[in-house]
Ligand binder design. Sequence first.
Ligand code: FES
Length: 150
Amino acid sequence: MEQKFSYLEKIGKESSNLIKGLQAIQGVEGYVSDDGIRAAAEYFNIPAVEVEGVLSFYAQFKRVKPGRFKIAVCDGTACHIKGSVQIGGWLQQELGIKDGETDAEGRFSLETVACLGCCSLAPVMSINGRVYGKLDRKTVNKILREYREK
Ligand code: FES
């Protein structure tokens, strides 16, 4: 197993711990890479194809490397009522990616999430955990411009 996955050794080797192991990999890497799959397969002694099967079964696991700026668009009830679907659409259009994707430069990734816990600011999105509320097309474009310059 590659040295960079040595943190798996803190988890018991039983195959029943596979999900725990994959969560650990995602926690460190932000996603589960092909190398992560190989490491988990080796460590838990499970065929890689089975590890891939588990990954595709559980929506919590990401197979795409997140961008430098992780955009989460809230689609909880309050945000949905206030037009979150449209906000997601504008972002997709501006960034040229779909929900769950990362752009070719590895700069932005986009994900629709459930309530971000600041419903009074709906519609809301966050970028690397920083929350932006009361969004409209103008503010979304302004925020994206700021991040493009970073
Ligand atoms: S529904 Fe969007 S922050 Fe709560």
